[in-house]
Structures are given as structure tokens and as C-alpha cells.
Design a protein around this ligand. Structure first.
Ligand SMILES: Cc1ncc(COP(=O)(O)O)c(C=O)c1O
Length: 372
């Protein structure tokens, strides 16, 4: 079936007890055993599983063309479970351009846990080959990356990882499952911050992992999750399931708006650089066009005049809201270097734009007046 149909029907049908078309929210933390001690509905205790979480995991697995999924309390909790599945002494290859929080998690938590890392520029997949060691167990990919929208060739990197006996995990948050399917390209694990496009309305935090196979790695991840308790709450799962129903239509609109805004910015005299993989001028455009069906709603832009000039643009916008995060209906702008640590590598004149669902002409008019 096509993503639009999976998005609407993939989580649940009408409620079997009442016929309710929208699913109930199951808040119960525990479930009744039969007289013989068995669990007739398969549920025991809400940290292990809950009907709303099972429904979310079902639709996520199908949308990402995987065998199974696990829904977490946040994107970071999902990433953390992947890192926790590794053992002290294991080596991880990370992209040089990666979500700041992923790098922070690795440096501030998992270095002490005994993981070692090498960061490489994955815009050239062959750089990964040079970083692989006999202890490498994981190659982590993020494409397009946050905030520079660097594009990495998933199929090539997954092959390199597998040849070295490592797994390949892809943070697919920015592309979404309707824009890119890393498992179909060879990846073993897909990670999402469902806080973003999957929830889609800026009102729920969550994360997810989808795996190619329900194998020993997934069982380890599941044990880490259910033993440790980094689970998504029932209402949060319900909200993400609801968000997913409109995901393909929203991502199509976000992508069309983002292309219109990026094309406008590219031609503006006060702009130094525009980073959007849908532009033919983007260095990763050819790879992105091969592995993505839509280029997504995120655009980063470098303003002529440095930090002060870019903060000035952020100060003058009226329709864009100055806020972190992404993937909701409201367009957001963020001076990214301000929320990352010094030395993160994000240019000081970079504004990250989460292009929302407003009319693109209105967004362009707002940027035009702010750019002066
Ligand atoms: C690419 C990417 N990965 C992971 C995360 C972390 O997700 P969460 O904030 O849900 O923990 C974010 C958040 O901005 C992100 O942009």
C-alpha cells in the first residue's frame, strides 16, 4: 500500500469493543490475568507494552519498511538505547555534521561508558571507509543533517559498515519516512524524533527506532527500553498516531514551501549561502534526489554581515517564531550557534528555518521585509 493509506490505516482499525473510529487512550498501567494466569490480550504492565504504543509501533514499522519498532519518550531516549546496546570498547563512526544533542550524548555520557568515536565528513562516503576499525560496531548517519543539511549516501555507507561487520543506523528525523526510507537503502536501524514531523503539531515529545530485522540487536534494545523505562506515554503515542495520519500530505506541503523559500533566498543579495537539498546548487542534490522522494521542510541560511546581521533578521521576522525545534505547522527561526556549544562548527551567521504550513508567499514576504 502507499504511504498515504498506511498513514491512515496502519496503526489501528475501529475499536473492537465500542466501534469507535478514533482509538481510545488506554491509561491503565496494568492488565488482568485470566484464571489460569495467562494474559489473554498479551499485555502485562505498561512499562512493557501498552495498546497505544503497540499501535504506534505497528504503523512506524510499516511506514519505514522495517520488521519492528519501539516508541520512546523522546528522540534522545531512542538514540540513547542504540548507544546503550553497545559494549565498552566498541567504536562508533559519527558524521561531522550531526544533531548537536547526538554528539553531546556521545561525548558527555557514552565516552565514560567506554565507547570511542570518530567523526567524519559523510558528504563523501569514502571517508567512512577510512574511519572503520576492527572494533567498529556502529556507523551513525544523519541525512539531511541538522543544521547544515549535509547529505550522505545511505546505500554506500551501509555497505561499507556491513563489510566491516558494523551496523548502520540513520537518524531520519528531518527526511521523515515519507521522504526517505533508510532500511530500503540498506540501513539496519532508523531513528526518529517523533517530536518533529511525525507528531507534526509541536505538542508532543517522542522518539522511535525501527529495525530491519527483529533480531538479537532489537531484542537488546527492547530490553534496555522496558527494563529502563524510557517509554512513550499512552496519550503521547495517541498524539503521534494522529499526527502520522496526515504526515504524507504535510511533508509534501512543507517540502513545496521550503523549496519556494530556499529559491527566493538563493536569489537575495543579503544571503551568503542557502542550504537546502532540493536546490540544484546544493552539493548533495544528486544523492538526495536518488534517495529522497521529497526534500523536506528544513532550510538553513547564512546571512551576509555575520552574527549581528543574522540576529537582526531573526529579530525582524513577524510570521516566523523565534524558537527551537521543527516539524510543526508554524514556521520557526533559530540562530543555531546560540543553542550549541562554542566550537560546534555551526557558522555564526546561520539561521535555521523550520518551514511551516503557511502560504509560501506570506513566508517569503516576511523574510523579504526582515532581510531589508
Ligand atoms: C535530527 C534530530 N535528531 C534527534 C533529535 C532529538 O529529538 P528529541 O528532542 O525528541 O529528543 C532532534 C531534535 O531536534 C533532531 O533534530
Amino acid at each position: 500500500m502507499n504511504p498515504e493509506t498506511i498513514a491512515v490505516h496502519g496503526a489501528h482499525g475501529p475499536d473492537t469493543a465500542t466501534g469507535a473510529v478514533a482509538p481510545p487512550i488506554y491509561l491503565s498501567t496494568t492488565f488482568e490475568r485470566a484464571a489460569d494466569g495467562s494474559l489473554p490480550h498479551g499485555f502485562l504492565y505498561a512499562r512493557d507494552a501498552n495498546p497505544n504504543r503497540v499501535a504506534l509501533e505497528r504503523v512506524l514499522a510499516v511506514l519505514e519498511k522495517g520488521a519492528a519498532a519501539a516508541a520512546f519518550a523522546s528522540g534522545q531516549a531512542a538514540t540513547m538505547a542504540v548507544f546503550q546496546s553497545l559494549a565498552p570498547g566498541d567504536h562508533v563512526v559519527l558524521p561531522a555534521s550531526v544533531y548537536y544533542g547526538t554528539k553531546k550524548l556521545m561525548d558527555s555520557v557514552f565516552a565514560r561508558w567506554g565507547l570511542t568515536t570518530t567523526s567524519v565528513d559523510m558528504r563523501d562516503a569514502e571517508n567512512v571507509a577510512g574511519a572503520l576499525r576492527k572494533e567498529t560496531r556502529l556507523v551513525w548517519v544523519e541525512t539531511p543533517s541538522n543544521p547544515l543539511l549535509a547529505v550522505a549516501d545511505i546505500a554506500r555507507i551501509a555497505t561499507l559498515a556491513h563489510d566491516a561487520g558494523a551496523k548502520c543506523a540513520v537518524d531520519n528525523t528531518w527526511a521523515t519516512p515519507v521522504g526517505q526510507n533508510p532500511i530500503a537503502l540498506g540501513a539496519d536501524v532508523v531513528m526518529h524524533s517523533t517530536t518533529k514531523y511525525l507528531g507534526g503539531h509541536g505538542d508532543v515529545m517522542g522518539g522511535a527506532l525501527v529495525v530491519r530485522e527483529d533480531d538479537e540487536l532489537f531484542q537488546r534494545i527492547r530490553t534496555i527500553q522496558t527494563a529502563g523505562g524510557a517509554i512513550a506515554a499512552p496519550f503521547d503515542c495517541w498524539l503521534v498516531v494522529r499526527g502520522i495520519k496526515t504526515l504524507p500530505h504535510r511533508v509534501r506541503a512543507h517540502s513545496a514551501n521550503a523549496l519556494a523559500v530556499a529559491s527566493f533566498l538563493e536569489s537575495h543579495a543579503n544571503i551568503e549561502a542557502v542550504h537546502y537539498p532540493g536546490l540544484a546548487s546544493h552539493p548533495g542534490h544528486a544523492v538526495a534526489a536518488r534517495q529522497m522522494s521529497m526534500f523536506g521542510g528544513m532550510v538553513s541560511v547564512q546571512i551576509r554581515g555575520g552574527r549581528e546581521a543574522s540576529l537582526g533578521v531573526a529579530a525582524r521576522v513577524k510570521l516566523f517564531t523565534r524558537a527551537t525545534s521543527l516539524g510543526g505547522p508554524e514556521s520557526l527561526v533559530e540562530h543555531r550557534a546560540s543553542v550549541e556549544a562554542p566550537g560546534s562548527g555551526t557558522p555564526d551567521n546561520l539561521l535555521r528555518l523550520s518551514i511551516g504550513l503557511e502560504h509560501p508567499d506570506d513566508l517569503i514576504a516576511d523574510l523579504e521585509q526582515a532581510l531589508g
